[in-house]
Design a protein. Sequence first.
Length: 386
Amino acid sequence: MPSQSRTNDRLGESIGRFDLRPISFRREISVNRQWSGQLKVAVALCCVALLGACSSPPPADPIRGALIIVGSGTQQSAINVWRDSWVKENRGVSTNFSPDGQDVGLQALVSGNTYVATSDTPLDETNKAASIGSCGPDGAFAVPTTISPVGVAYNLSGVRGLKLDASTLLAIFNGAVVSWNDPKIQALNPAVELPSAPIVPVTSKASSSLSLAGSTYFSRNAPASWTAKPSSRWPDTVAGTRLELDKDIPNEVDDNFGTIAFLNLADIGNRFNTAALKFNADFVAPSNDQIDAAIGSSQVTLNSRGVAIDLGSSEGTGYQLGSVRYQVFCSQYRHEAIATLVRSWASYVVSEPGQTKVWIALGSYAPSQKALQAAQDLVANIDYSR
């Protein structure tokens, strides 16, 4: 449908083709005939103008404003991709993302200082309860937005297809296994000639989704040895090289023979060899098919805190080591314009086009269809306090 401004332009052009200046009334019959013809034209054009004036003005773009997002920096690249597409579709919007950490983001949301928080974990009961004051009687909720598979990369030239189970991998990271030809590793890889070189685990001191993924794997698959809860920080007792940030790990592994580390598969690419890990009873190497199998068989939980995904359930299949990324929203915002803004963003993020964009740009995997449908239903009901 053409816009009102274009309609008015065309109307102006049409009017310009006629002489509508005031006509002097004359008493000659011939002039009266001429006036009669011009009057018909003028009346017709005036009717058109009046109809145009009486018609409803075009609705203003309802999606406007600056979207504030605070939280875990693990979604920064994905947010940049979503932002570029979302802003193109909604010219009246902008985004401002502060990657200040998950805890800062959640605190900002519950205190009303941000519209969206990014998180590497589902929303917990404490933050849910704290959010009721600023997010309406139903509080905040979280939905999964992307899944980042995690691999165990190692620098051991000439050795491919290495197999590691959780207890052996944990023994490496806690310093109980210190050389590559240790009997525990050799028993899992009888056909592989392993060097006697030292094993050097590489981790970061910072709060990290890699630490959470690794400790979750240990907690589930080697519970007798890893008795602590999964954590986003490695314990101080972890062996090997400690770096300040996750982003420094790939270069450290690349530069030093014998190193091993948890890394996002997007950072591994073709740069490193990766180990096949044991899930339930099977050794599984990371591949698109195996990752898809894990996501497809993941356990999806829907409750008052939102949607949560469990990649590593005992009923699951495929390659189950990965980080699930979440965004946290209020059920209600204080103003209609803000609710409309956030609902538009959230709906795009969990939509098929939004998920396709980050897959193409970053190789990030989408949550299962069941999880996405539940997320879409939740964000569609974001409202404002009346």
